[in-house]
Each structure stands twice: as structure tokens, then as C-alpha cells.
Design a protein around this ligand. Sequence first.
Ligand code: TMP
Length: 199
Amino acid sequence: MFIAVEGIDGSGKSTTIKELGKYLVSKGHNLFLTAEPTDMASGKQIREVLAQKDKESPLVHEMLALMFASDRLNHLREQIWPALKEKKTVVTDRYLFSSIAYQSTRVNYEWVKGINRFAMLPDILVYIEVSIDKALDRIDVFRHKKELYETREFLEQISANYKKVISEFEGMMKIVYLDGNVDMDEIYSDIEKKFEGVI
Ligand code: TMP
């Protein structure tokens, strides 16, 4: 089973994934936790660009879109497919929907979708819904240096893009919506409630 977890920066994704992992293990799943950008060379290059000071150098967004799409294919070939072959439950922190939601704030939406067309859909998309205020609070608390896409205006656009892309893919995979506004100790029970009957 292949699960992708998505949400804007500051949605509480890391904690949610930990709790989701615990839940899946309790249900007998053999977990493979992974993330994008990956820890492979293709992913490391992306993190360097994201942390760059000059955020608006020519073609940076086009280049990033291609780098994310390429890192994703590498991810599928090198990590996701081998783990699925071993009957593991793969949970990825970000996937295809991140590219469409984030990169299309700056480059053409359909083009981003197009360059990602070889990325197979997950069985389940977990989307964490969070208010922009809550997300910004979390970003301020946990990080000193804001990355390329972490401003209110961007988060609003990214959130709208997520809604658009999710509505386009509805019916092609299962979608579980989690509440990203709840406190850490309530996440597990939200997962239990929302996953009932899904896996
Ligand atoms: P992270 O903070 O969840 O580790 O993700 C790193 C940043 O990369 C985050 O701001 C979202 C961004 N991102 C994209 O813009 N496009 C993508 O396809 C992926 C996977 C991440």
C-alpha cells in the first residue's frame, strides 16, 4: 500500500506522520517511511536551491519544478517500488501533489502536472487541512530561517492549489482529510477516526 501525506508548510506534517506510523504498525503494517525531496543526491540539490538567498534568480522556479519531478521518478525507481515489492506500506512525506501545489504558484499549472505524469498515484492521499494562521505560528516557532515558499501569500496560494488538484484527482484514489489545527495529543485519535474503514 502506498500512502502520500500532504499539507502546506506548518501543517504539522512531521508529527502527523509519526502518529500515522504508530497507527499503521498497530494494524500490523510493515512500514517504509520516506520523504520528498529525497535523501538522494537529486533531493539534496533541491534543498540547496530552496535555502538559497537569491530567491528570484532567472528560471529558478522552472528549474525547481523539473528537479522535483526528476527526484520523484528517482524516488519511485530506487525506493518506493522496491519497498512495495517487499509488501511494505510506503508512507511518503510529500509527493506529486506538492509539486503541483507549490511550483504552480510560479509556473504554469498544466505544465507542472504534465512533467509529473509518470508519477503513479498513491492508494491513499492524506491531506492535512490547517488554517494559514496556525501554519505561520508553527513556522515561526520551529524555524529561524524561512524557506522559499514560507510567506502568508504563498501559503494561501499553495493551499488553494492543493484544493484544486485534489478535486481534479478525486475518485482516482482514496483521500483522508486530517485536521491540522488540533493539538499534538489529539492527532492520533483523529487518525483512528478518519482511517476507520479506509485500510
Ligand atoms: P519539507 O519542509 O516538507 O521538508 O519540504 C521542503 C520544501 O519543499 C517545502 O517548502 C515544500 C517544497 N516542495 C515543493 O515545492 N515541491 C515538491 O514537489 C516537494 C516534494 C516539496
